[in-house]
Design a protein around this ligand. Structure first.
Ligand code: C5P
Length: 228
């Protein structure tokens, strides 16, 4: 029997591959609506970071560490980025590099790791405020009750160029060929994994952002939001 979900209007999910503009769109919508932002990728990056930093080798060790830690996602509107409070320490920049992202994608295939952070993600929603949730499985698994689910896509080349610009703005050096290869490999892993693969929910609004400005994407989403 199909379960009928009661749709929630103050959650918008934004899923899609890396470098497609999810984060920028999430913050511009959140500012406009006065909602919070959940960057779920940052939680998987935290898992990758901890596996390196704490020398945790197995999923079991990682889950034990996560279970005994205090983890809270934060929307930092001053900088337009999300951060994570881990046992009172705020992490942000440390998590944003391609090595951590690749490790995150490897570990994100593990069911016990995914299950251990479901509650943190769902708890990021405060029904009095509203939430823009950005990731790979926000519309399909974490917030299937969201009334508006957006799925962004763009060509790998465009996405690699956008990611390169973001990294350069942060003063990081970029080798374009390597970046494109890393992005394509990560997309392949995210799309083909067995659990919570990257895919649009059946009722998603799918937008190809390759030739659109952020403002144009935002207007399309808002047009659909206003119809709810
Ligand atoms: O979004 P971001 O590029 O920071 O995500 C890093 C990695 O975390 C992704 O490549 C993906 O493997 C994993 N991830 C996921 N599910 C999410 C968000 C991210 O599996 N909801």
């Amino acid at each position: 029997m199909d379960v009928i979900l009661k749709l929630v209007k103050n959650i918008i999910t934004i899923d899609g591959p890396s470098g497609v503009g999810k984060g920028t769109l999430a913050f511009s919508l959140a500012e406009r609506l006065g909602w919070n932002v959940l960057d779920s990728g940052l939680l998987y990056r935290l898992v990758g970071y901890l596996s390196f930093k704490e020398g945790l080798e197995t999923s079991k060790e990682i889950v034990l560490f996560l279970n005994k830690s205090k983890i809270k996602p934060i929307s930092n509107f001053n900088e337009g980025i999300c951060e994570i409070e881990l046992n009172e320490k705020v992490l942000g920049k440390e998590l944003r590099n391609e090595n951590i992202a690749s490790r995150a994608a490897e570990l994100a295939k593990e069911e016990e790791i995914r299950n251990s952070i479901i509650k943190i993600q769902r708890d990021a929603y405060d029904s009095k405020i509203g939430l823009i949730a950005d990731g790979r499985d926000m519309g399909t698994i974490i917030f299937p009750e969201a009334a508006l689910k957006v799925f962004l896509q763009a060509s790998p080349k465009v996405r690699a160029e956008r990611r390169a610009n973001q990294l350069k703005e942060k003063g990081m050096s970029v080798i374009m060929h390597d970046l494109l290869e890393q992005i394509q490999q990560r997309d392949e892993e995210d799309t083909n994994r067995k659990i919570s693969p990257l895919k649009p929910a059946d009722d998603s609004l799918v937008i190809d952002t390759s030739n659109l400005s952020i403002k144009e994407v935002e207007e399309r989403v808002m047009k659909n939001f206003k119809k709810l």
